[in-house]
Design a protein around this ligand. Structure first.
Ligand code: SAM
Length: 357
């Protein structure tokens, strides 16, 4: 049993109103340095963990991204010191897969990792093949040519929750309910940026419609826009277009908790012991990226984007009997791209990024 609910109860009791915005609860639940789901130490992803990701399916995802990075390097006229940058690298598995598939091309690999525990695990696995920075601000001075990638990163950012009360949008706060549990309570917006963002939400939804506002994702893409490099940004994640967010069928939002391959919407239960995750609003992300000088190059279901990225590799296999390793990669290709497995639930966005202004 995680001590996090106890810590949270003490924090709530110390606030004047006895409540905190949900975004702060999610921040604690995921990133509290000792008891947060990710903050406490490395979480296993895959069969033995709480959920699968495209990385945990096997090395093919990394191989396809390595091929895409090589393409980007060629499109930039093969600059020296071309760098692959990854954020949200977790246990370093994707970095290892990409580096192994680079076919001798000498590229630098840089990981953006704020969590010292994760950095230690990555260092053990990857040694001196990789360099690290703590945050995106460190990219403002270089590298100059890069391919940035992340898998399931902004879906792990803490979000604000807002609810339509029939007349206006209100923020959801969390308070202790007198027993051992927590409950939501609606209130005025806790910050101006949220109030501003909420101005652009529709007003014709059913009373009670609840959704997430991922301000951290907007800050993140703005910080990326200020990085020095020119190149491409690859983002794979659970996500929707804006109008899908506002559909009646999503009236309780997209936030879910995951543990041991179970998923439900009881996001205030077992805090610290479960992953909390949301679908990102790709329309809003592209909008903010475009405002800051980037251009959408590709946006589609993961199945289609990876299908196109893997075309040359698939063609190279034609007419050959696959060995065991290749047969395993073909099975992984199927899992990553099949609409009933991961091909439709994930989407990929590729942005063109100019050098920083
Ligand atoms: C859902 S996991 C995905 C892990 C891995 N990319 C994969 O696909 O298997 C989300 C990861 O994002 C990391 N993360 C969250 N915020 C981050 C940040 N600001 N910088 C770097 N990593 C972050 C978490 O620590 C966690 O490892």
């Amino acid at each position: 049993m995680s001590p996090l609910p106890q810590i949270l109860r003490a924090q709530l009791a110390a606030t004047p109103a006895g409540r905190l915005p949900f975004v702060q609860i999610m921040e604690l639940a995921l990133y509290h340095p000792e008891h947060g789901y990710y903050g406490a130490g490395l979480r296993r992803i895959g069969r033995q963990g709480d959920f699968f990701t495209s990385v945990s399916v096997g090395p093919l995802f990394g191989k396809l991204l390595a091929m895409r990075a090589i393409q980007e390097w060629k499109e930039q006229d093969e600059p020296e010191n071309f760098t692959i940058i990854e954020q949200g690298a977790h246990d370093g598995q994707l970095a290892e897969d990409v580096l192994s598939a680079l076919e001798g091309k000498s590229m630098r690999y840089l990981i953006v990792e704020p969590n010292p525990k994760y950095r230690e695990v990555q260092t053990k696995r990857l040694g001196d093949r990789v360099q690290w920075v703590d945050n995106l601000a460190a990219l403002q001075t270089g590298p100059k040519h890069a391919f940035f990638l992340c898998n399931e990163l902004p879906d792990a950012f803490p979000v604000h929750l807002v609810r339509w009360n029939g007349e206006r949008w209100r923020e959801l706060f969390v308070e202790a309910d007198g027993t051992e549990a927590f409950r939501f309570v609606a209130g005025d917006f806790s910050c101006d940026e949220l109030a501003e963002e909420a101005k652009h939400l529709p007003h014709d939804l059913e009373t009670g419609h609840t959704l997430e506002i991922n301000l951290a994702m907007l800050t993140w893409i703005r910080e990326l826009a200020h990085a020095a490099f020119r190149g491409a940004i690859f983002i794979a994640d659970y996500g929707l277009d804006a109008e899908e967010f506002f559909a009646d069928s999503r009236a309780s939002g997209t936030i879910r908790r995951y543990w041991q391959h179970h998923m439900d919407g009881h996001v205030l239960e077992d805090l610290g012991a479960c992953d909390l995750t949301t679908h990102i609003n790709f329309t809003r992300l592209v909008d903010e990226a475009t405002r800051h000088g980037m251009k959408q190059r590709e946006y589609d279901l993961q199945g289609r984007v990876l299908g196109r990225m893997g075309l040359t590799w698939m063609e190279s296999l034609q007419g050959k009997v696959p060995d065991r390793a290749t047969a395993a990669l073909i099975r992984q290709f199927n899992s990553l791209t099949h609409p009933a497995i991961m091909g439709r639930s994930f989407r990929c966005l590729i942005l063109d990024k100019p050098s920083a202004p």
